[in-house]
Design a protein around this ligand. Sequence first.
Ligand code: THU
Length: 138
Amino acid sequence: MDLKKLIECAFSARQNSYSPYSHYMVGAAVLCRDGSIITGTNIENASYGATVCAERVAIFTAVASGHKDLVAIAVCGGSSDETDELSDYAYPCGICRQVMREFADPATFTVAVARSVSDYRKYTFEELFPDSFGPDNL
Ligand code: THU
């Protein structure tokens, strides 16, 4: 798995962030089982609750394009005055972790959070979201 490429795609998607309220720009890139990469960015709204995170935009776009078996996600986020060297790792929020769970094998799905293309941390989904509730529970 080429995580660096996935992270590059997340950084590229981050440039399209629509975040006029928080000024916090997030990019995400999902690697699908067939090797395709689908990206997303956070899209805010004047009615704040209608905002959608970058991860969910990427995952929903992947699923809407026919990719329901996801292998990995890369995420990067930081203030709009930062570009390719971010000060923090942006961890996916709880709602995004639950959405990932639907389309990920918890033991093998990889989550990479990046401050730059060469500075990232890598986890299995299970490490970030243990004892989760998923499709197999129904
Ligand atoms: N955000 C994401 O895109 N992903 C997350 O996992 C956490 C938060 C976005 C939503 C909002 O546009 C901004 O970051 C501040 O919360």
